[in-house]
Design a protein around this ligand. Structure first.
Ligand SMILES: Cc1cc2nc3c(=O)[nH]c(=O)nc-3n(C[C@H](O)[C@H](O)[C@H](O)COP(=O)(O)OP(=O)(O)OC[C@H]3O[C@@H](n4cnc5c(N)ncnc54)[C@H](O)[C@@H]3O)c2cc1C
Length: 512
């Protein structure tokens, strides 16, 4: 998968799908990877979900996937086998051999219900072996209920809650620690019988539960069995991200700890739904997904705002040039070479000249060049290179974004890979255009938004600073200019040395 997504959502149940819809609606690129087995799949219907009461769990998931896709999200039916951090992004490996990269992870893989190991329990799970009075109680009301205790506190709570739905509740002590005096009194107060001794099997007749058979061979009648599964977060994929499950305070399972927005202790990783809130029902899980989505969206905005402000500052460029002996190749930019090779030398302005390769190449061909840059560190290096090459260039330090060449005029104005917000770039290009003499050339080159699709490119991902040549051409009066707006491709290598194809935005305009 070539693209680096803003967010990869691991798990496509109510939490993941709800988060993905929110993110996609905020124009975040989002992919949901889902193994396709939501926790409530064994159940015929979802209850307690306002406006969707009685819907089949898999139908609900299908509606959710359709909504994600409606807003441009991608849903991949696959299992995540590993996830790891790689610099400022995450790499997620799938069981089909594919991998995806994303800036943030929303993990919504749910829990596994570890059921009591009594023959017959697993087979009937979600039908007449249940755990939750809110999910199934109404449908099973007025039937004889047996509570199979494995966790005393939880089983007592379940017995009292189901007693609200039926007058016949039996508490099977099974393997649970003994009842306290108070718990025994609470059950007794509601007329709930307590049966001691381990349960051996669920007795079934005509595909209905007939009762629970005890180790001593006796069977106690009931048609519904209530269990308290151990709820274990499906968090294996989080291990390589440094996230281990925490024991639930009630001792009913384990979950991944997070703040109220789902933010974990690993930067960039959020969790929502049952994986972090093991007691959450469908609406609470969906709500957790939406809350995490809002937090992730805000986090991405904060990061991009900070990065944008940094790349527009002199400090950023001074640090960048000071950190390395040489930042750029030292060769002139190919689009400048292609444009200027056949021009007669005159006066040229190289705005954003960096280490000066373009300006020096022009000067060596007889041009009278002014090179402007925000970074004094870059200009010092440029001056040194010019001296080595034996050419004269007029180097000037200043705010490139606010540069106004007036009253000077030039035969060639070149702006190579200067990326600014359009509210700044457009007025700058108008000022630069005004400084081009009749017959002169304005050459503007930038990174095309198509480069955002290359996952291994380590440039700052700031789509709002990238442009297409035809977009910026709109600043020029077509009656006064011959305009050529193109998007040529060129070969390059990524930081791992692999060949990639870059796309440039190239505006060449000649004043009539
Ligand atoms: C039998 C039963 C009946 C229930 N009935 C109701 C009810 O009527 N009403 C109600 O409100 N709640 C009900 N619940 C609770 C409900 O199931 C949960 O609240 C809800 O499923 C939690 O949503 P989730 O998105 O967190 O997890 P899930 O719905 O479990 O979704 C997790 C998804 O992640 C996927 N996944 C897991 N690991 C990976 C991986 N490594 N790679 C890719 N995908 C992965 C799974 O396949 C699954 O699709 C019931 C629960 C059970 C057990």
């Amino acid at each position: 998968m070539m693209q680096t997504f803003d967010v990869a959502v691991l798990g496509g149940g109510p939490a993941g799908l709800s988060g993905a819809v929110s993110l996609a609606r905020s124009r975040r690129s989002v992919v949901v990877v889902d193994a396709g087995s939501p926790r409530n799949a064994p159940s015929a219907a979802v209850h307690g979900f306002l406006s969707r009461d009685g819907i089949a769990p898999l139908e609900l998931a299908e509606i959710g996937r359709t909504e994600v896709k409606r807003y441009g999200g991608l849903v991949l039916p696959a299992k995540v086998v590993a996830a790891r951090a790689d610099g400022n992004r995450f790499v997620v490996s799938l069981d089909d051999g594919e991998s995806i990269t994303a800036r943030r992870l929303l993990v919504t893989t749910g829990v596994t219900d570890e059921l009591p190991e009594v023959p017959g329990i697993a087979e009937r799970w979600g039908r007449d072996v249940v755990h939750c009075p809110h999910c199934h109680g109404w449908e099973l009301r007025d039937q004889p209920v047996g509570v199979l205790a494995t966790h005393t506190e939880w089983a007592v709570r379940q017995a009292l809650m189901f007693r609200q739905l039926t007058s016949e509740v039996t508490f099977f002590q099974h393997t649970a620690p003994a009842l306290s005096e108070q718990q025994a009194a609470q059950l007794s107060a509601w007329g709930i019988a307590v049966v001691s001794g381990p349960v051996d099997a669920v007795q079934v007749a005509d595909d209905r539960i007939a009762g629970l058979r005890l180790a001593d061979g006796t069977t106690v009648a009931c048609s519904v069995v209530v269990v308290a599964p151990r709820l274990v977060a499906n968090s294996g994929v989080l291990a390589d991200l440094g996230l281990e499950p925490t024991a639930h305070p009630m001792g009913v399972g384990e979950f991944i700890a997070a703040d109220p927005t789902g933010k974990t202790s690993t930067p960039g990783v959020w969790v929502a739904g049952n994986v972090t809130d093991i007691m959450a029902q469908v609406t609470a899980s969906a709500s957790g997904g939406a809350a995490a989505a809002a937090a992730i969206h805000g986090d991405l905005i904060a990061e991009d705002t900070k990065l944008t402000m940094r790349v527009l500052s002199q400090d950023f460029w001074d640090e960048r040039y000071s950190a390395d002996k040489q930042v750029w190749s030292g060769d002139p930019n190919p689009h400048l070479v292609a444009t200027a090779a056949d021009l007669s030398p005159g006066t040229a302005l190289d705005l954003g000249c960096g280490e000066g390769a373009d300006a020096i190449w022009l000067a060596a061909r007889g041009w009278q060049v002014t090179g402007v840059d925000l970074s004094q560190a870059a200009l010092d290096r440029a001056a040194q290179h010019a001296a080595e090459a034996g050419v004269q260039v007029n180097w000037r330090q200043g705010d490139v974004a606010g540069w106004d060449p007036a009253p000077e005029r030039f035969d060639l104005v070149s702006v190579q890979y200067v990326h600014l917000p359009r509210t700044v770039l457009d007025p700058l290009l108008r000022r630069l255009a005004a400084a081009v003499r009749p017959g002169g050339t304005l050459l503007v080159v930038g990174h095309h938004p198509a480069d955002l699709e290359i996952p291994t490119l380590r440039r700052p991902r700031l789509p709002h600073l990238m442009f297409r040549a035809e977009e910026i051409a709109a600043v020029l009066d077509p009656a006064a200019w011959d305009i050529d707006a193109t998007a040529p491709e060129r070969g390059a290598t990524d930081p791992e040395g692999q060949p990639i194809t870059l796309t440039d935005a190239v505006l060449r305009a000649v004043r009539r």
